[in-house]
Design a protein around this ligand. Structure first.
Ligand SMILES: Cc1cc2nc3c(=O)[nH]c(=O)nc-3n(C[C@H](O)[C@H](O)[C@H](O)COP(=O)(O)O)c2cc1C
Length: 533
């Protein structure tokens, strides 16, 4: 515009216009200026477009950020929610899965294990291994809420006050791998073993068979054992771990202090209100006819194991070691039990373990039962476990039930039968042992003295003849009564109550646990509590 104005003025001035050169110079200057302006304009329009771009970009970024902020927050929230839900699920799963009341143990775990391990012995090994591992990491099933705490099931055994009258019988934990996880599922007594002096393989596999329709089993393990030395080492380590964890220190002295009761718990179970039983047996290779060799077998086990046991159980009733059951005849039994009692008394521990003998349900003639009772009184053992697996093949339950063909085949396998079908015989046999043991208690000088005293009292005071006669104390009132544990077919609280009423102090289970899973003891105790109401 400036340039046009200058040109117009020049035209109107004509040739007369002075200072043309300067005009040209001005013109040149203004052209340069114009270019610079144009450049500036171009530049400023470039800058403007760049700014615009930048603004656009920034706007886009802002929009993006504005858009993404809730997305990011959403993702974070999602992660938090997922993490929390996972943690909660794990926690709930842990609380549920480790509670013996959870029905998953019976209706989930047991069928699954059976499916995964068609061979019952594989399932047994898996069960022991998994329980051992879970216990190591604190993930084992256990009784929560201290159901025994109400004291309704408290029972006295061998002068101990036990939290309940339920036990787990021999063979479930053959090598003492899992006494603690077993205690945690609720029994007051866990029996480990049977162990033999030397390691032995037992019978060839397969040697354990299921009869699922009957919740029963047949086994011919044949006392497979890692040997008494192995079990002693395992139990010793257990005591040492306990001693260390409870501030007694390490090494021999700490172990001895715990074994001598300084921890205030029984030296075997290491738990208040509970007892550990250790079962011993003879090696298969030890000749049946050599009673001295057989005694040495049992005594060897006792020497190694007695200090880790609250109760020693002498197994003379496994049906799977040839000749073993013959040792239940009165004479050899008395000799063996005397040897065991003697060895148990010489254990290097403040309190000595009690000794029991586990008898068969098949040797049940009057002569056999009374021979065993004589051996019990004659040897000084403290009690009897009645009974074990049976060589008989009981009728299926319910009456008239036909077994599936697979189970009919299993039924023909050699071995000891266990499961609910044993129950009626068990309760009857407990009753017989109870009355016979009480009736055959020997008369000691103390009893005679008491009887004479009561007789003199009645004679010396004739004016008291209208009073009821003073009863002489019976032998069983003076001598400690022999203790009975019942084993065979116990699966519920009603049956537990029946064997207790028949004279047993403890109702033991094995097969019911393999079919009912880790909650079985808790369930049976609950049922027993209801029975008692
Ligand atoms: C697979 C298996 C292994 C057993 N091992 C032993 C054993 O080593 N020592 C023993 O005295 N009893 C053993 N028993 C017998 C049980 O301890 C128990 O006395 C018997 O099974 C009867 O009780 P239940 O019907 O509750 O199982 C075993 C039983 C089974 C099923």
């Amino acid at each position: 515009m400036a340039i046009n104005a200058v040109a117009l003025a020049w035209r109107s001035a004509g040739r007369r216009a002075p200072a043309l050169p300067s005009l040209r110079a001005t013109q040149r200057t203004s052209i340069l200026h114009r270019e610079s302006l144009l450049r500036q304009v171009r530049y400023s329009s470039d800058a403007a477009s760049q700014t615009k771009e930048a603004a656009k970009e920034t706007t886009a970024q802002v929009t993006q950020t504005v858009k993404e902020t809730p997305k990011k927050a959403g993702r974070k929230l999602k992660r938090t929610v997922l993490g929390t839900s996972l943690a909660l699920t794990l926690l709930v799963g842990y609380i549920y899965g480790t509670d013996t009341r959870a029905s998953v143990h019976r209706y989930g775990v047991v069928p699954l294990v059976r499916l995964l391990y068609p061979d019952a012995e594989d399932a047994h090994h898996f069960g022991v291994d998994i329980l051992k591992t879970l216990y190591k990491y604190g993930l084992n099933p256990r009784e929560r809420g201290d159901p025994d705490g109400d004291g309704s099931l408290v029972t006295e055994v061998f002068g101990y006050t036990l939290s309940n009258p339920i036990g787990i019988s021999g063979g479930l934990d053959k090598h003492a791998d899992i006494p603690d996880p077993l205690f945690e599922i609720g029994p007051a007594i866990v029996e480990v073993g049977g162990t033999t002096p030397l390691p032995q393989e037992g019978n060839p596999r397969p040697r354990v068979f299921r009869l699922p329709s009957q919740n029963a089993m047949i086994n011919r393990y044949g006392l497979n054992s890692k040997g008494a030395d192995h079990m002693a080492a395992v139990l010793e380590q257990r005591v040492r771990d306990f001693a260390y964890a409870n501030g007694f220190g390490e090494h021999d002295l700490a172990e001895q202090r715990v074994l001598n009761g300084e921890a205030g718990v029984p030296p075997g179970s290491l738990r208040e209100g509970k007892l550990l039983a250790v079962q011993v047996a003879k090696n298969k290779a030890t000749p049946d006819s050599d009673i001295e060799a057989i005694k040495r077998d049992y005594v060897y086990c006792v020497d190694r194991l007695a200090k880790y046991a609250d109760i020693l159980v002498v197994n003379v009733s496994s049906p799977n070691t040839p000749g073993l059951r013959d040792l239940q005849a009165a004479a050899p039994l008395t000799a063996i039990l005397k040897a065991v009692v003697g060895a148990a008394k010489s254990v290097d521990r403040k309190t000595k373990p009690f000794v029991m003998v586990k008898v068969s349900p098949d040797e049940d003639s009057d002569e056999q039962v009374s021979g065993i009772c004589d051996a019990v009184w004659g040897s000084g053992v403290d009690g009897v476990i009645v009974g074990n697996t049976t060589n008989r093949r009981p009728d299926p339950l319910p009456q008239g039930f036909t077994l599936p063909s697979k189970e009919q085949t299993a039924l023909k396998e050699t071995g000891g039968y266990s499961g609910p079908q044993l129950f009626d015989r068990t309760v009857a046999l407990v009753s017989r042992y109870r009355s016979l043991l009480d009736a055959t208690a020997p008369t000691t000088p103390k009893v005679i003295e008491a009887q004479e005293a009561s007789a003199t009292t009645t004679q010396a005071e004739p004016d008291m003849e209208n009073l009821p006669p003073v009863e002489a104390p019976s032998a069983s009132e003076v001598l400690p009564r022999k203790v009975i544990f019942a084993s065979g077919g116990i699966t519920n609280g009603q049956q537990a109550k029946a064997v207790l009423n028949a004279g047993a102090s403890i109702a033991m289970m094995y097969t019911a646990i393999t079919y009912g899973g880790m909650g079985t003891v808790t369930r049976v105790k609950d049922e027993l509590r209801k029975e008692q109401q």
